[in-house]
Design a protein around this ligand. Structure first.
Ligand SMILES: Cc1cc2nc3c(=O)[nH]c(=O)nc-3n(C[C@H](O)[C@H](O)[C@H](O)COP(=O)(O)OP(=O)(O)OC[C@H]3O[C@@H](n4cnc5c(N)ncnc54)[C@H](O)[C@@H]3O)c2cc1C
Length: 342
């Protein structure tokens, strides 16, 4: 195990993650490789009266620690038992490893839209999969957990017999947002389809036809066929839809960047409230991108998950003002979609 203190070569690399706007400021980092070393790190923290935090990828950094950082990225074995359809992963495994090992056996995990997210962090927050409405939360599939203190050192969970999925996306220029939001809201969604609506502004340097454009993006996936023709209410900038290996719907890694985000779970989202949220986010003084996941199907904790993300820090007040438009429908929030917020 490597141990880093401030000023050591490697200290900054070890504490840096996917979130570039914020980093842990630990007194000491334990770069663990097995459960025994996790135990050593936890004991050190407890003996010295220090708090400890875990980092695998840094995707879900909320608040930083000044105590002990347990860096788990080297502790990342993944084993698949095809007979029992079980995966066993260590603390630092990422989804891509599981997807790659499971796919040759016609199996898949309930992973999300970014393959470089950590399996344990994602699952501890419930885990909203790209097939969530069809199969439920990733956490529902956990078969056993191994822990040292608050650190999960290994997780065993069920894999599903999923090989190919019907999945795709449509991009529209943001000038068509009102019509696209309305069509999305009107969708008589089959329980087996998991869709997402997002707004995003692509940087000028982004390769391809979306460079420099503000867009509305719709994505959808299911193991069963479904129709999306009714969503094509304006000219699409980019569009694709078809039967593909699960790995292609399971998301590609993004480059590390600075972002702040929060979310609310809602028990209703009338169209007029959705339009107010859209307008308020679009007119905010900081860029705010919106993500909307209709729940229902096998995700029964609320009717909608509404996320706001800004490509910078310090946007809490602007996010709160947008959430105010749906405050009367809020029933909670999802731990997974809180980024760089206390
Ligand atoms: C681009 C992007 C796409 C995403 N897509 C989805 C999605 O589709 N569905 C979804 O549900 N979520 C999604 N998320 C959210 C993601 O699941 C959470 O941010 C999750 O916490 C990330 O875990 P991590 O280990 O990668 O990140 P880290 O920042 O390394 O860890 C986040 C937190 O998880 C906890 N944690 C991690 N490992 C352990 C451990 N071994 N023991 C105890 N606690 C631990 C700690 O509290 C830690 O602070 C996405 C996030 C991003 C940035």
């Amino acid at each position: 195990m490597q141990i880093f203190h401030p000023g050591d070569t490697g200290y900054d690399d070890e504490r840096s993650g996917f979130q570039t706007g914020l980093r842990h400021e630990p007194q000491v980092i334990f770069a663990v490789e097995n459960a025994r070393e996790v135990e050593e790190a936890v004991r050190y923290a407890e003996t010295h009266g220090l708090e400890y935090a875990v980092q695998t990828t840094g995707h879900g950094l909320t608040t930083t620690t000044t105590g002990v950082l347990i860096s788990t990225k080297r502790m990342n074995s993944v084993e698949i038992d095809v007979e029992t359809r079980t995966a066993r992963v260590e603390a630092g495994a990422i989804w891509q490893q599981v997807v790659e090992k499971a796919a040759p056996h016609g199996l898949a995990p309930l992973s999300g839209d970014a393959s470089d997210v950590g399996v344990v962090g994602y699952t501890l927050g419930g885990g909203y999969s790209v097939l969530g409405r069809e199969f439920g939360f990733a956490s529902d599939r956990v078969r056993s957990t191994e822990k040292v203190g608050d650190v999960v050192t290994a997780l065993e969970f069920e894999l599903l017999p999923i090989d190919q999925v019907h999945a795709g996306e449509m991009y529209f220029d943001v000038t068509h947002a009102e019509a696209v939001f309305e069509a999305f809201h009107r969708w008589d969604l089959p329980d087996h389809v998991t869709p997402t609506l997002t707004t995003i502004a692509f940087p000028d340097a982004f390769p391809g036809p979306l460079a420099g454009r503000s867009v509305v993006r719709l994505t959808y996936a299911s193991t069963k066929p479904f129709d999306v023709d009714h969503l094509r209410v304006a000219p699409t900038l980019v569009e694709e839809f078809g039967l593909k290996p699960f790995a292609e719907a399971a998301g590609k890694p993004l480059p590390p960047h600075t972002y702040q985000g929060d979310n609310v779970l809602l028990n209703d989202l009338p169209l007029d409230a959705l339009h107010r949220v859209r307008e308020k986010a679009a007119n905010a003084v900081v860029p705010i991108f919106l993500g909307l996941h209709p729940l229902g199907g096998a995700l029964t904790n609320a009717t909608h998950l509404l996320k706001l993300i800004s490509p910078r820090l310090g946007a809490e007040k602007q996010h709160a003002a947008v959430f105010d438009e749906v405050r009367s429908f809020v029933v909670g929030s999802a731990r997974n979609f809180r980024y760089a917020v206390g």
